[in-house]
Design a protein around this ligand. Structure first.
Ligand code: AP5
Ligand code: MG
Length: 216
């Protein structure tokens, strides 16, 4: 049966960083809703035009648009063994839609690592983040700088600062998270799927806690 892991946590906590490691180790597709939106914006697709203003403002894209995009992504062949979902679901309606679509793929949400850190940590991480243009590889000017300034270690493309990583937009995203995504913590806790992970520590220590807890 396919394995589906949902990474939950506030903006900048390290979901994308840990999702990449999990996906490589477990050989599961990494699906980041934010990366998919940014790719569509970069390629100026119809979807990109619809979602750009939401991302720029730090608001959530409407559920129907987001759900349709994820359904399409999950039905691709590289998701046959399952996926690491990073940034989806983010509302109760998205969680409900996910359960329904996974039934079609004969699966369900297996575990929900919930990564947390204090607000000042989130702002420091987001405001120092550098993202690679070609494939979204993630760096931080202080905690994980690329070997050569401005260039991605993995694919040699340029790194850039995300438009929504300005301090005021990060604060807005945290607010939106508390209001619209926090109910999912309770939802998955009640379902016995929540795996709480302290995201304050260094990347490798967070990874270790995550893997140790997932084994249990
Ligand atoms: P999205 O791209 O998902 O952004 P986010 O959830 O706000 O999360 P981030 O990507 O900012 O942070 P992250 O947790 O992945 O942290 P990262 O690993 O990069 O969404 C963007 C927008 O798209 C939304 O605002 C919304 O408009 C739209 N959207 C997306 N999904 C949607 C949905 N489901 N429904 C509706 N709209 C949706 O790490 C951050 C930084 O910290 C990096 O620099 C990294 O190097 C560093 N770092 C990571 N871990 C550590 C560590 N342990 N120690 C030190 N530094 C660390
Ligand atoms: Mg991310």
């Amino acid at each position: 049966m396919a394995t589906y892991i949902v990474l939950l946590g506030p903006p900048g906590v390290g979901k994308g960083t840990q999702a990449r490691i999990l996906s490589e180790t477990k050989k599961l597709a990494h699906i980041s809703s934010g990366d998919l939106f940014r790719e569509n914006i970069k390629n100026q697709t119809e979807l990109g035009k619809v979602v750009k203003s939401y991302l720029d403002k730090g608001e959530l894209v409407p559920d129907d648009v987001t759900i349709a995009m994820i359904r399409d992504r999950l039905s691709r062949p590289d998701c046959e063994a399952g996926a690491i979902l990073d940034g989806f679901p983010r509302t109760p309606a998205q969680a409900e839609a996910l359960e329904a679509m996974l039934k079609d793929f004969k699966g369900s949400v297996d575990a929900v690592p919930y990564i947390t850190a204090a607000e000042n940590v989130l702002i420091e991480r987001a405001s120092g983040r550098w993202t690679c243009k070609a494939n979204g590889h993630i760096y931080h000017e202080k905690f994980n700088p690329p070997k050569q300034a401005g260039i991605c270690d993995i694919d040699g493309s340029e790194v850039y600062q995300r438009e929504d990583d300005k301090a005021e937009t990060v604060s807005k995203r945290i607010h939106v998270y508390l209001e619209q995504t926090m109910p999912l913590v309770d939802h998955y806790r009640k379902a016995g799927k929540l795996v709480e992970v302290d995201g304050t520590l260094a990347v490798d220590q967070v990874t270790k806690t995550l893997f140790d807890k997932l084994k249990k």
